[in-house]
Design a protein around this ligand. Structure first.
Ligand code: AHR
Length: 517
């Protein structure tokens, strides 16, 4: 199926958030389908849901008696949307909240659960209505593996040990019987467990040497019961804090299967004034891309340190918090971290996925922050309405890469410059799935210029080609409750074969996923 590019919705216009008209640039791409590499762990398409703002309450949990259609208290519209993403793994209950969460508060009859305070996020009431059973129910409904963050900051090894026995043991023990009494006969599977979160910060302000010892002790008591097998994930570093990774690997690598890394894209790199999610100009667009791209260097350098201790790459780098972080939307409580989501966020998502897949030999999981109503979400909710964000659609388009084989690419693209700063204007990734289909995903970071990409396909016939594109008229185009379908993927027809090469015409600020056989 070949066709000419259709420039739907991309007429350049002037004004706030609008792109200026410019001529296309050219680039060259080689897809080495004849040189397949290792596997992409599907868990890099993971999600994160924390007790924060309206991430859980309203966003996921409305309760069984809500007029909003639900299944055992969980919103049907959110379940249906998430199912379409093939969410491989879901991290819960935090974030910072994890180190103040006591799992026993969230089991048993809901009307008897203690009312707590969410001290990490605004000191608001925590009803504990959404606890272990509700979370595991959600995971089962959307088909995701569970990834729990244990409480190191205010908890104990005993508490973590008991939580795991409660969830996974099939024995006739008091804890397993308590689970049965609370309505779940069979144990659940629990494949991933983190020992603390950001233990260098909100998880206890520990020094790496101290936490390494704490991790070693706690990991000893994270046991496998009844055929369950847990991968233990250590609370890792953030950004370019390499010392933490070095000390953790030197002192505790032997007991971990994963080491986490957190990195947020903050356009201004200034946490006090991060910038607006929706009201920005091209300088902020460009700065956002530069900040997002930094993750590549951070992963490379943390991985190089890990290589010193673990050349066989047994320990996975687990990027269990990533995404854009802007100023909280005006009129919203600061502690809710509620932000809108534009085509800029979609481009950042594509860029991040391309980086994760580039480092698929070390990056074994990534969890975007966060799934609903918090930071770079998939879904926004307002009472009975939901909006699927541009980021949602990138997850949906990229799911073809889950568990596929990495296909190396070579990309030569001009720089996208703004002021003194510059970044490659294109980013791409490729993989081959188990049925032999090749998928090539390309992100055009430039908000003004289309890209004409001459693509050489090595090792694939290229007889059947189809694709989808996500783009938008303005840099800050978004889906809203009033107009929820402004941005959604459409069929991509901007390709043709010429002289044995696949010629692509990519709209400005777009994400394209091609399927090639
Ligand atoms: O995702 C929001 C917060 O960011 C998390 O709670 C914390 O781990 C990180 O600092």
């Amino acid at each position: 199926m070949f066709g000419l590019v259709i420039f739907l919705n991309i007429a350049p216009t002037l004004g706030g958030g609008r792109a200026r008209k410019a001529s296309p640039y050219t680039a060259e791409l080689v897809v080495r389908a004849d040189q397949p590499k290792g596997k992409i762990n599907r868990n890099i398409y993971g999600q994160f849901a924390e007790h924060l703002g309206r991430g859980i309450y309203d966003g996921i949990w409305v309760g069984e008696n809500s007029p909003i259609p639900n299944t055992r208290g969980i919103r049907n519209d959110v379940i249906a949307a998430l199912k379409k993403l093939n969410v491989p793994v879901l991290r819960w209950p935090g974030g910072c909240f994890a180190d103040e969460y006591h799992w026993r508060d969230g089991i048993g009859p809901r009307d008897k659960r203690p009312q707590g305070i969410n001290a990490s996020w605004g000191g608001v009431a925590e009803t504990n209505a959404f606890g272990t059973h509700e979370f595991m129910d959600l995971c089962e409904m959307i088909g995701a593996d569970a990834y729990l963050s244990g409480n190191v900051g205010t908890g104990s090894p005993q508490e973590m040990m008991d939580w795991i026995a409660y969830i996974t043991s099939d024995s006739n023990s008091e804890l397993a019987n308590l689970r049965r009494k609370n309505g779940r006969e069979k144990p659940w599977k629990l494949p991933y467990f983190a020992i603390g979160n950001e233990t260098w910060g909100c998880g206890g302000n520990m020094r790496p040497e101290y936490y390494a010892d704490e991790f070693r002790r706690d990991a000893t008591f994270i046991k496998d019961y009844s055929g369950n097998h847990i991968q233990k994930i250590a609370s890792g570093s953030h950004d370019n804090e390499y010392k933490w990774t070095d000390i953790l690997m030197a002192q505790a690598a032997g007991q971990m299967q994963g080491l986490s890394l957190h990195y947020y894209t903050v356009p201004t790199a200034n946490w006090d004034k991060k910038g607006s999610a929706t009201d920005f100009d091209e300088s902020q667009w460009h700065a956002t891309m530069i900040q997002a791209q930094r993750l590549d260097e951070f992963i490379q350098k943390h991985s190089a340190i890990m290589d010193n201790y673990d050349p066989g790459k047994r320990v996975g780098l687990i990027v269990d918090e990533w995404g854009t972080w802007y100023d909280t939307a005006p009129g919203r409580n600061m502690g809710t971290l509620y932000q809108q989501n534009t085509i800029r966020d979609a481009i950042v998502a594509g860029l991040n996925f391309n980086i994760f897949q580039q480092h698929a030999d070390r990056v074994q999981m990534a969890n975007i922050a966060q799934m609903v109503n918090v930071l770079q979400s998939m879904i926004l909710t307002d009472k009975d309405k939901i909006v699927l964000t541009p980021t949602y659609y990138v997850f949906e388009m990229y799911k073809v890469h889950q568990g596929a084989t990495v296909i190396p690419i070579e990309l030569a693209a001009p720089e996208y410059k703004f002021g003194a700063a510059s970044i490659p204007s294109l980013s791409a990734t490729a993989s081959r799935d188990s049925s032999g289909k090749l998928h090539v995903s390309i992100v055009n970071l430039d908000p003004n210029r289309e890209a004409e990409v001459s693509t050489k396909l090595a090792g694939v016939a290229g007889k059947n080609i189809s694709g989808r594109v996500l783009t938008a008229p303005a840099m800050n185009s978004m889906n809203t409750f009033e107009s929820p379908q402004q941005i959604a993927p459409v069929a991509f027809t901007g390709f043709k074969m010429k002289g044995g090469n696949l010629m692509l015409s990519l709209p400005s600020k777009s994400v394209v996923v091609l399927e090639i056989e």
